[in-house]
Design a binder for this molecule. Structure first.
Ligand code: FAD
Length: 404
């Protein structure tokens, strides 16, 4: 296996690193200042930088080669080192139109949407003009098992009527979130639990949709996208808003989450790498008991262990990405599960060491560490909790090797 990046990717890495140095890192403070004025409005700096990124072709980097009209047309293996770079600042992916949950929704609409849905919803998403959300999780049921989802989607003439209660719906708090892809049941009594669900497009402004409150993550509201609690009360949308027909919801959810999971992991590697670099900087400059921190063996061990763990996760990410490119997402599912189990926990360990090395500053609002820690901790739940991936991986490996 050859993980040497091609000249095309080296150029893009160079270009992206330059963009981060010139436009993203110097504006980390600006982002938060602008957000203070209106927490659910996209800060102006993001819109300004989106225009710049689009103009230089750093746009929709996550889209595979079949969508080369809208993007540089990168394979997963090519996107991985670029997503790693954007993962160093939590709001950077949006600047390049590469942020969740929009990326997953774009993939769903591109693959399963009809022409009218693509025109109305996919094209403005690809252009970065609107934002979207993906609504599956419900407070009343264990949503890590998607077959438990209870929201009802019932056909009534030429409309579907939706009733349900969701929470932690990322992106739905922001002002320019125009629609959600909602998962619910169109056929709750079907004996096959995997075809009871469907996915349907619901504009946020539809009567009966109520965003109740932004949920928090360890006290962070993650503005401007937020994680909304939402109720649906007799929400009516045209029947044509169903995606790919009734009964396809579970299948679409599985397809949606494959690439999304690895994108998160690529960014986790980037967040951990940034924490490692901060650790080294701090260890060389902070003097304790008469000598820089780096002179202490325990500090060197923390740095060395972190570098080993990051490189292991990076290589596993690249291997999973390469497998997705060469044999498809389904055949790569074990490797995708492995990296989703490994990467957020790895990043948490590395960031935790960086926090410790920074003392009180590490838990403050003055570095990216505290928020990154909260984000990586959430990732052990979002897009499938660790235990679900472990269960599926164990089952798959058991079946592969158990029959010999
Ligand atoms: C910051 C954040 C953003 C999110 N964004 C979205 C979003 O945009 N859209 C959306 O729909 N959802 C979103 N979620 C919700 C997330 O996907 C769910 O929390 C997740 O699927 C788990 O569902 P649950 O919370 O109902 O936990 P439950 O299903 O109740 O599971 C609880 C715990 O049980 C354990 N568990 C589960 N299965 C097993 C098993 N087989 N063996 C052992 N233990 C097991 C796991 O530890 C799990 O965490 C988000 C969550 C967070 C924290």
């Amino acid at each position: 296996m050859n993980f040497e990046y091609s000249d095309k990717i080296k150029d893009l890495q160079h270009q992206l690193n330059g963009f981060m140095d010139t436009h993203i890192y110097p504006n980390e403070g600006t982002f938060h200042q602008q957000l203070e004025k209106n927490r659910w409005q996209t800060p102006a700096i993001v819109d300004e930088l989106k225009t710049k990124a689009k103009a230089v072709g750093l746009w929709n980097l996550f889209l595979p080669p079949v969508y080369a009209d809208y993007s540089p047309g990168l394979a997963n293996l090519e996107y991985a080192p670029l997503a790693e770079i954007t993962g160093r600042v939590h709001w950077a992916p949006e600047v390049f139109n590469c942020s969740a949950p929009d990326t997953g929704n774009m993939e769903v609409l591109a693959r399963y949407g009809n022409d009218a849905q693509k025109k109305r919803w996919l094209e403005p998403l690809l252009a970065g003009e609107i934002r979207s959300a993906f609504a599956m999780t419900e407070p009343q049921v264990a949503s890590s098992d998607a077959t438990n989802i209870e929201t009802s989607i019932e056909l009534d003439g030429d409309q579907y009527v939706i009733n349900g209660h969701k929470f932690y719906i990322s992106g739905a708090c922001r002002k320019n979130c125009e629609f959600m892809i909602v998962m619910g049941k169109t056929d709750a009594d079907n004996p096959n639990r995997y075809i009871q669900q469907s996915m349907i497009i619901v504009p946020l402004q539809t009567p009966g949709v109520r965003v109740i409150r932004p949920m928090q993550v360890f006290g962070y509201d993650d503005a401007p996208e937020g994680h909304a609690e939402i109720t649906f009360e007799n929400v009516r949308v045209p029947a044509s808003n169903i995606i790919a027909g009734e009964g396809r919801g579970f299948e679409i959810a599985q397809a949606r989450l494959g690439p999304g999971r690895i994108h998160h992991c690529m960014r986790s590697v980037g967040a951990a790498q940034r924490a490692l670099e901060m650790m080294c900087e701090r260890a060389n400059t902070r003097v304790v008991f008469g000598r820089p921190l780096i002179k202490n063996q325990s500090v060197r061990e923390d740095i060395a262990r972190s570098a080993c763990q990051i490189e292991q996760a990076r290589l596993l990410t690249l291997k999973a990405a390469e497998k997705m490119d060469t044999v498809g997402n389904k055949a790569a599912k074990d490797l995708i599960a492995m990296i989703k189990i490994v990467a957020p926990s790895m990043a948490l360990e590395v960031i935790d060491r960086a926090i410790q090395l920074h003392g009180a500053l590490g838990v403050s609002q003055d570095t990216f560490l505290a928020h990154a820690y909260a984000g990586q901790r959430s990732l052990r739940l979002a897009d499938g909790p660790d235990q679900v991936h472990i269960m599926q991986l164990g089952r798959s490996l058991g079946a592969q090797y158990g029959n010999d």
